[in-house]
Design a protein around this ligand. Structure first.
Ligand SMILES: [Zn+2]
Length: 114
């Protein structure tokens, strides 16, 4: 199935193929501040629609993951990176339509300690 998502102002829209079974809730300094609930999918299963300049990008630590966010409203629907040579996307399911945030299985990840 396809999930639609967007930032708050609507300048950034995404479509994700797949079935979201569980999400990662990480306690690192970045994830906890943004409140990310992340669903990891192959990069090829995500399509992004955004005008030039609509997206800003934040990186930190090893600068391997591109944390994209809307330059207007600040919402961060996704990030891109590679894991074991495979291009991946981390979808912030808080920005998807029709996701039952209370009912979805959360996998706690201790990113703060690693
Ligand atoms: Zn926006």
């Amino acid at each position: 199935m396809k999930h639609k998502g967007s930032c708050h102002c609507g300048n950034v829209n995404i479509e994700v193929k797949g079935e979201c079974q569980s999400v990662v809730e990480c306690n690192c300094s970045h994830c906890s501040r943004k409140g990310y609930l992340l669903w990891f999918v192959p990069r090829a299963d995500v399509s992004v629609t955004a005008e030039d300049g609509a997206l800003s990008t934040y990186t930190f630590n090893k600068h391997e993951i591109k944390h994209h966010f809307c330059a207007t409203c600040g919402c961060a629907p996704f990030g891109f990176g590679a894991h074991g040579g495979v291009e991946m996307a981390a979808i912030n399911v808080r920005c998807l339509e029709g996701i039952d945030l209370a009912g979805i299985k959360r996998q706690q990840v201790d990113g703060r300690s690693s």
